[in-house]
Design a protein around this ligand. Structure first.
Ligand code: DQQ
Length: 480
């Protein structure tokens, strides 16, 4: 029987466990996605690297497992996250080996089709964290080249100083010298990171503002701190190639839900910076094991930098390939909407673009996955008073065992700016892009078969719906 919670157009393996995206690269025209994978079941254990390829960034073909733990070696307990770089024409993978609760930087060399990754026989390439530093964690790799020299950061934290990324340099990707932390967080300037003790999956890259043409630098971080669920955030700022230090100026969350985590970016052959993130489940471990699958990849997001230091995140235009039936909701000029206006379509794999001119309404947005009796519904709206984009999953499902909440992120609209909600609903996944800059991703698992409705949400006043486009999205797999 078809699993109603299983996504149709987000990537996931045929079965079992997926977590972080790894080694993302476009190699000779082909997109390669590796990912943290447990072939034994829908739980995190002895992680391998799963592999899939795509010619268009949207439709994927499963490939054989690319990396597996080798007994009695530095990766005997798992092949953890890492990246792919082009080393003079040779695809080279730098990943974390996990062995006996220790983390070891390791290298593997790929064949030109990236179907075989040969582990370097002298792994690990770094024996352990820098001596003299009391670190929390030593894993996950981002590698780039400046001239003839390779640089690498490794996710870590320094006791008493907080989360950081440790910077190394190398001429050959095999022999590495420790330099210093790429940055340390000034917690007076960034109090949000004051309890951060370790950053997983640091990803450091230059990014250009399409408006000003100016380039800044960004570090994406997967933050472990005093809050119960690690989350992803970013810092934008300036990088000095002389001192090899990053000076952060702005902090924001990458996504304000609890699902999007451990993202990785890559530069594709057309020069776009593309990001995928792991979408965690929101149901119990038992429910995940029972379903036989856990973990999904986000849709690809194209990143650019805004002059105000906020990163713009836009769904990759390739997603438009999936658009099927289209519905346009007519809204004559000057009309306002009644709370709960129903759109008439009832769908669970859909893309919605809604643009509102905000009048005096307290809440303006869209509800999705609504049951006819309203007992199940997922609310996505802009809260005018607090200037927050909100995803409310507290009524998404009648199942009491799920993680749910009211997730919100700041979205300051300038005077003449309309609210633009770009929403992707894929069975148990909701990805929301507010004006291409405030993103909230959530997981919902409705229980009623008719929880499919889409309604306009306008409360506490009036707002004017300017445009509403809805597309049914086709699955990315041929077999569905
Ligand atoms: N997942 C990997 C680690 C990384 C964590 C292990 C982030 O390399 O720190 O599966 O989700």
């Amino acid at each position: 029987m078809k699993d109603p919670q299983r996504p149709a157009y987000h990537f996931l393996p045929e079965a079992n466990w997926l977590n972080d995206p790894n080694g993302l690269v476009q190699w000779k025209g082909i997109y390669h996605m590796f990912y943290q994978y447990n072939p034994l079941g829908a739980y995190h254990y002895k992680i391998h690297w799963g592999h899939a390829t795509s010619t268009d960034l949207v439709h994927w073909t499963h490939q054989p497992v690319a990396l597996s733990p080798t007994p009695d070696s530095p990766d005997s307990d798992g092949c953890w996250s890492g990246c792919t770089v082009n080393h003079d024409g040779v695809p080279t993978i730098i990943y974390t080996g996990f062995h006996d609760k220790h983390e070891y930087p390791c290298v593997a060399i790929g064949t030109d089709d990236l179907q075989t990754l040969q582990k370097y026989p002298n792994n690990p390439v770094i024996a352990g964290p820098p001596s003299g530093l009391e670190v929390e964690g030593f894993r996950d790799h981002c590698v780039w080249r400046e001239g003839d020299i390779w640089y690498m950061i490794i996710g870590s934290g320094i006791k008493g100083k907080g989360g950081t990324a440790l910077l190394y340099s190398s001429h050959d990707l095999l022999s590495w010298d420790y330099l210093h932390p790429l940055f340390l967080v000034d917690t007076t300037a960034f109090p949000q990171l004051s309890t951060a003790f370790m950053f997983e999956c640091p990803d450091f890259f230059p990014l250009t503002s399409p408006d000003s043409g100016k380039t800044g630098h960004v570090v994406n971080l997967s933050v472990m701190d005093a809050t119960p669920t690690p989350y992803s955030a970013y810092l934008t700022g300036t990088y000095s190639q002389n001192t090899h230090t990053f000076n952060p100026q702005h902090y924001h969350k990458l996504d304000y839900g609890l699902s999007f985590y451990a993202p990785q970016t890559f530069l594709d052959e057309s020069g776009r910076r593309i990001m995928f993130g792991w979408l965690r489940e929101g149901r119990t471990n038992e429910a995940q094991r029972e379903a036989g699958w856990s973990g999904v990849m986000s849709i690809p997001r194209v990143l650019t930098l805004r002059p105000d230091g906020i990163m713009q995140q836009q769904p990759a235009p390739e997603m438009e390939m999936l658009r099927g039936r289209h519905m346009y909701y007519p809204t004559p000029a000057g009309t306002t909407n009644t709370p709960g206006d129903s759109i008439g379509w009832r769908l669970d794999a859909v893309e919605i673009i809604a643009e509102f001119e905000l009048l005096n309404a307290a809440e303006t947005g869209i509800t999705v996955r609504c049951s006819a009796d309203g007992r199940e519904q997922t609310r996505i709206f802009y809260d005018r008073a607090s200037q927050q984009l909100v995803l409310d999953t507290t009524q998404s499902s009648l199942d009491p065992t799920l993680t749910s909440g009211i997730y919100s992120g700041p979205l300051t609209l300038h005077k003449s700016e309309n609210l633009r909600l770009h929403i992707f609903v894929d069975h148990s996944i909701i990805e929301v892009f507010g004006n291409d800059r405030t993103c909230i991703t959530g997981r919902i698992y409705p229980t009623l078969p008719d929880t499919l409705g889409i309604n306009i949400l306008v409360n506490g006043g009036r707002s004017h719906l300017l445009n509403l486009d809805i597309w049914e999205l086709n699955p990315i797999w041929n077999e569905q």
